[in-house]
Ligand binder design. Structure first.
Ligand SMILES: [Fe+2]
Ligand SMILES: [Fe+2]
Length: 399
């Protein structure tokens, strides 16, 4: 495997990082790119008002999502005690990936000063060097000279890469733009959303009065990258159904955008939220991650974003359904089930049933869910059974 190593303070990660990472993946044919936020950088202290280590890691995860599938954030430097030196990181990665080809990415300033780093011989032995040139003529000569120097001193293997889509922006510029109320165009959308919701770098967005367009990147910042398309697909489908059935489209979009906002959390984090928000879960909910995210997601929507009770309930019941659902609850339930990225067997039938009537689609969806869970031998929540029975009593049929 060819593995790229992309370190930085990422305070915050910006679009310049995205273009550089993508150029590296392409030009070095990388199979994997590790995005590694620096712990305590040896060269600089973080300026006052900076993101915490945990926040920089969260943003590195979102940066990796913006770069693409092969990129993944790695918190190895944040977990290490004391100052964080590249040589130590590379030695650790060498152990982790003994058979693989490692490429350490760096920009001009770092490359041209590499011989002054801590233990440059270790750095050059552990990894190949991929140096990004700004494509300026005068820099080219300095790059070639440094390449020859490092090859001679440390037997380094150096590749000089071009970043044709270079975005000349520094994290300092980004932070000033953010504190002045701008900067959206400088960040990947989910990172922008994360900065807003964590009120980083002097931003003070009122999360309880957002337009749908303002909420969207913030909602995306809660998701694992692989779930982004699903949530955007759910939003589109919910909006179409809302227009079709005369339901408030804004409410439908908000519920769809937030419906999976706690889906990525593990069970211990879910239970912490349950405590924080006094969520009274039944025994089955306490044992089932899939059921918890509807409960905790609804609370985040209410407490962080101030959504209406109608949106709260649509999120709360999007996994189980319930008898006598409101129109908004039905729309979110079925939009989640049939949005365009869903490909499971039978989804086309549910789409066709939904096109005939919302209740028919939901009844088929509930029935298929119940059958599937029976097949796996997993317990079925009573609300799902009750929701199906209610629709049958109303004269619904799945045939
Ligand atoms: Fe969900
Ligand atoms: Fe979902």
């Amino acid at each position: 495997m060819r593995i790229g190593i992309f370190g930085g303070t990422f305070n915050p990660p910006h679009r310049g990082h995205v273009t550089l990472a993508r150029a590296a993946v392409e030009q070095l044919s990388l199979d994997k790119l590790l995005v590694i936020p620096a712990g305590i950088p040896p060269h600089k202290q973080l300026p006052a008002g900076s993101a915490s280590n945990e926040q920089r890691y969260e943003m590195a995860v979102l940066l990796a999502g913006a770069v693409g599938k092969c990129a993944v954030a790695d918190d190895c430097e944040l977990r290490r005690e004391g100052k964080s030196y590249t040589a130590d990181t590379l030695l650790q990665l060498r152990e982790e990936y003994p058979e693989d080809e490692l490429w350490l990415l760096m920009g001009s300033d770092m490359f041209l000063s590499l011989h002054t780093w801590c233990r440059p011989e270790v750095v050059c032995r552990a990894a190949n060097i991929a140096a990004f040139s700004r494509c300026e003529a005068n820099e080219r000569a300095a790059f070639e000279a440094q390449k020859a120097n490092l090859e001679q001193l440390y037997s380094a293997r150096v590749a000089i890469l071009d970043n044709p889509n270079v975005i000349e922006v520094s994290s300092t510029d980004v932070r000033s733009a953010l504190s002045a109320g701008g900067g959206e165009e400088l960040l990947p959308p989910a990172v922008w959303g994360y900065v807003q919701r964590e009120h980083l770098y002097g931003t003070d967005t009122d999360l309880k009065h957002l337009s749908v367009d303002e909420l969207r990147p913030i909602a995306l910042s809660y998701l694992k990258p692989k779930r982004v398309a699903h949530v955007l697909g759910t939003e589109r489908t919910a909006a179409e159904l809302a227009r079709q059935y005369g339901v408030d489209e804004r409410e439908a979009r908000i519920a769809a955008l937030l419906h999976d906002c706690t889906k990525k959390l593990e069970i211990d984090q879910q239970l912490k939220l349950c405590d924080a928000y006094n969520i009274d879960m039944d025994e089955m909910e306490r044992a089932t991650l899939k059921l918890q995210h509807s409960r905790t997601g609804a609370e985040i929507a209410r407490h962080v974003f101030g959504v209406s009770d109608a949106v709260y309930d649509a999120i709360r019941y999007h996994t189980t359904g319930r008898p006598d659902m409101t129109m908004l609850e039905k729309i979110i339930y079925i939009a989640d089930y049939i949005e365009p990225n869903r490909t499971f067997e039978g989804v086309e039938e549910v789409r066709e049933a939904t096109a005939r009537s919302l209740d028919e689609g939901i009844l088929l969806g509930l029935t298929m869910t119940i059958e599937e869970m029976r097949g796996y031998g997993t317990p079925i929540h009573h609300l799902t059974m009750d929701a199906r029975d209610y629709l049958i009593q109303q004269g619904g049929t799945t045939i």
